[in-house]
Design a protein around this ligand. Structure first.
Ligand SMILES: [Mg+2]
Length: 122
């Protein structure tokens, strides 16, 4: 079963993504910010198959978090999707340069989210 790690400061977004993915047979772990995500990685029962990151979060934003995730041996090559209200091309380019594999704009459409997630997690 694939493991997806969601990082978003919005509890509502985390809950709706969690619900959508679990309903589709995926395992989900959540963190409300970058530092909590990084702190949780060593204790995960298995390597995550995908990250879904918000961009706008207090403290460390999602773009900076990509860089930190890439420094961790366990998640160096894990695909990362950005799920954000940001739709500007400059932000997308920053995300891509930092190592994001895809970009989804909120509010998300559940079937579309599942379709994109399934490209990375079997
Ligand atoms: Mg946010």
């Amino acid at each position: 079963m694939g493991l997806v790690f969601i990082v978003d400061d919005s509890a509502t977004t985390r809950a709706s993504v969690d619900f959508t993915l679990k309903e589709n047979g995926l395992e989900v772990v959540q963190a409300e910010d970058g530092p909590k995500c990084l702190a949780a990685i060593p204790g995960l029962p298995k390597d995550p198959d995908l990250f879904i990151l918000d961009v706008n979060m207090p403290g460390m934003d999602g773009i900076a978090l990509i860089g930190e995730i890439r420094k961790v041996a366990r998640t160096k090559f894990t695909p990362i999707l950005m799920l954000t209200t940001e739709s500007q091309d400059t932000k997308k380019a920053e995300g891509k340069a930092a190592g994001a594999s895809g970009w989804l704009v909120k509010p998300f459409d559940p079937p579309q989210l599942v379709e994109v997630v399934r490209r990375f997690v079997k």
